[in-house]
Design a protein around this ligand. Structure first.
Ligand SMILES: NC(=O)C1=CN([C@@H]2O[C@H](COP(=O)(O)OP(=O)(O)OC[C@H]3O[C@@H](n4cnc5c(N)ncnc54)[C@H](OP(=O)(O)O)[C@@H]3O)[C@@H](O)[C@H]2O)C=CC1
Ligand SMILES: O=C(O)CCC(=O)C(=O)O
Length: 447
C-alpha cells in the first residue's frame, strides 16, 4: 500500500512541486482514501483521486486600485474552481499577503471534501488575493473589493460559483463585493454568502464556523461521557471563527484561557468571560487593533509575544487561526499537559506530524474539514433561503447547524471506526467526503 501512496504522491509532486501546502493537503487525503479505493472495485483503476487533485479551472487576474495617497497599487486575484461534481463551486475568499496558488489550492481541495460532508449540494472552490487589509482605510478596502469584483464577476454566479469570507474577508468586504457584482450584472441574487441580514444574509452565519467547531467537539466528547462544562479551553486566533468558538465554549460552561493573533497570545488565568469577549470583539472588529490591547483593560492577563498558545495546560484545544499553526512539538506538549480533545476551527492548522501524534495517542482529534464545516453548511442554508425568498429564525438555523454537525460526526464514525472502537476522524472525514463526490464523478463520466 505504501508504494501505491508514494507513487501517487510523486506524480502529484511532479506537477505541483512548488506548492507545499497543497501537497500536504493531498498527502493527508491520499493516506486514507487510496487504501479505501484499492479495496473497492467501483473506484479502483479509474484515477479518480488524480482527477480530484486537478482543479477544473484556476483563474488568476490583475487587481489595480488607488490608495489614499493617490498611488496605484497592483495585486493578484485568484479563484480556484476545484470540483463541481455535486453542486456549484462554493468556498471563501482570503485576503492576506501570504495568498498564493499553493494556499488556495489546498483550501479548495479541502473544501471539496468538507462541502460533501455537509450533505448539501455544493462543489468546492476557494479564491482571494495577496492584498493585505491590515492598516487600510475603509475607502481603500472598498476600492480594492470593487476592483477585485470587476474581474471576478464574469466567473461566478448563484448557479456557478458562490464565494464567501475567509481570513481578511468579513461582512464589510462581502458588502463591497456584493455591491459591485449587483451593479455589473444588474441583478440581485445570492451570489455571495455571509451577506448582511437586511440584504439576503442568514442569521447564525457569522457564528456558524465557531459554533459548529464546538458542536463537533461536543459530539466527540459525548462518546467518552464528557462535555464542555468545567473544562479548560485554549483557543488560537481572535477573528471570526475564534470569537464564536469562544462564545459557545463559554455558554457551555467552559473556562477559556487564551486567544491570539499573528503577534502572540493572551493568557487570562481567570478565564475570558462574556464581557471580556465583547471587549475583544470591539478591539478586533471595530477598532481593528491587536490582541495585546486586551491588557490595557484586563491587567491580570499576560501577553506572550511571538508564540502560539499550545503551551498552556488545557483539556480542549481549538485551533482557529491559520494553517500549520500547531506543530508536532506543540502536539506533544498538549498531550503531556493532559489535553483530551482537539477540534479544528481553522483549515489544516495541524501539521501532518502533529496529526500523527494525536492519532498515535488516540485522543479525540477532528480535522478542520469535518469540525469547521458548520460555516459553509450555514452558507448553504443562506443559499436555500435566498432561493426560497424566505428567512428562517435564529433557532431554526441553529437547529439545522447542530443537525448537520451531528450528521458529519456520524459519517466520520461510519468510515473511521476501528475494530477496537477508536474513531479515526481523519479517515472517516476523508472517505465519507470522497465517496459522495466520487460517485457523482463516476455517474457523470470522464469530463
Ligand atoms: N470564516 C469562516 O467561515 C471559515 C473560516 N475557516 C478558517 O478559519 C481560520 C480563521 O478564519 P477567520 O476567523 O474567518 O479569519 P479572520 O480574518 O477573521 O481571523 C483570522 C485570525 O487568525 C490570525 N492569523 C492569521 N494568519 C495568521 C498567522 N500566519 N499566524 C498567526 N495567526 C494568524 C489573525 O491574526 P491577525 O489579525 O494578526 O492577522 C486572526 O486572529 C482560517 O484558517 C480559515 O480558513 C474555516 C471555515 C470557515
Ligand atoms: O461559507 C463559505 O462558503 C466559505 C467557508 C470557507 O471558506 C471554509 O469552509 O473554509
Amino acid at each position: 500500500m505504501k508504494n501505491i501512496i508514494n507513487e501517487f504522491l510523486n506524480l502529484v509532486k511532479e506537477r505541483n512541486g512548488d506548492e507545499p501546502e497543497f501537497l500536504q493537503a493531498v498527502e493527508e487525503v491520499a493516506e486514507t482514501v487510496l487504501p479505501y479505493i484499492v479495496k473497492h472495485e467501483i473506484y479502483y483503476g479509474k484515477n479518480i483521486l488524480l482527477r480530484m487533485v486537478e482543479p477544473e479551472r484556476a483563474i488568476t487576474f490583475r487587481v489595480c486600485w488607488v490608495d489614499d495617497s493617490g498611488v496605484i497599487q497592483v495585486n493578484r486575484g485568484y479563484r480556484i474552481q476545484m470540483n463541481s461534481a455535486i453542486g456549484p463551486y462554493k468556498g471563501g475568499l482570503r485576503f492576506h499577503p501570504t495568498v498564493n496558488m499553493s494556499i488556495l489550492k489546498f483550501l479548495a481541495f479541502e473544501q471539496v471534501f468538507k462541502n460533501s460532508l455537509t450533505t448539501l449540494p455544493m462543489g468546492g472552490g476557494k479564491g482571494g488575493s495577496d492584498f493585505d487589509p491590515k492598516g487600510k482605510s475603509d475607502g481603500e478596502i472598498m476600492r480594492f473589493c470593487h476592483s477585485f469584483m470587476s474581474e471576478l464577476f464574469r466567473h461566478i454566479g448563484p448557479n456557478t460559483d458562490i464565494p464567501a469570507g475567509d481570513i481578511g474577508v468579513g461582512a464589510r468586504e462581502v458588502g463591497f463585493l456584493f455591491g459591485m457584482y449587483k451593479k455589473l450584472k444588474n441583478e440581485f441574487t445570492g451570489v455571495l454568502t455571509g451577506k448582511g441580514l437586511s440584504w439576503g444574509g442568514s442569521l447564525i452565519r457569522p457564528e456558524a464556523t465557531g459554533y459548529g467547531t464546538v458542536y463537533f467537539a461536543q459530539k466527540m466528547l459525548e462518546t467518552k461521557g464528557e462535555g464542555f462544562n468545567g473544562k479548560q479551553v485554549v483557543v488560537s486566533g481572535s477573528g471570526n471563527v475564534a470569537q464564536y468558538a469562544v462564545e459557545k465554549s463559554i455558554q457551555l460552561g467552559a473556562n477559556v484561557l487564551t486567544m491570539s493573533d499573528s503577534s502572540g497570545y493572551i493568557y487570562d488565568s481567570e478565564g475570558i468571560n462574556t464581557e471580556k469577549l465583547a471587549h475583544i470583539m470591539q478591539i478586533k472588529n471595530v477598532k481593528r487593533g491587536r490582541i495585546s490591547d486586551y491588557l490595557e483593560t484586563y491587567k491580570n492577563a499576560i501577553f506572550v509575544k511571538g508564540k502560539t498558545p499550545w503551551e498552556v495546560k488545557c483539556d480542549i484545544a481549538l485551533p482557529c487561526a491559520t494553517q500549520n499553526e500547531l506543530t508536532e512539538i506543540d502536539a506533544e506538549i498538549l498531550l503531556k499537559n493532559g489535553c483530551i480533545c482537539v477540534s479544528e476551527g481553522a483549515n489544516m492548522p495541524s501539521t501532518i506530524q502533529a496529526v500523527h501524534v494525536f492519532q498515535k495517542a488516540r485522543i479525540l482529534y477532528a480535522p478542520g474539514k469535518a469540525s469547521n464545516a458548520g460555516g459553509v453548511a450555514t452558507s448553504g442554508l443562506e443559499m436555500t433561503q435566498n432561493s426560497l425568498r424566505f428567512n428562517w429564525t435564529r433557532e431554526e438555523v441553529d437547529l439545522k447547524l447542530k443537525e448537520i454537525m451531528s450528521n458529519i460526526h456520524d459519517s466520520c464514525i461510519k468510515y473511521g471506526k476501528d475494530e477496537d472502537g477508536y474513531v479515526d476522524y481523519v479517515r472517516g472525514a476523508n472517505i465519507a467526503g470522497f465517496v459522495k463526490v466520487a460517485d457523482a464523478m463516476l455517474a457523470q463520466g470522464i469530463v
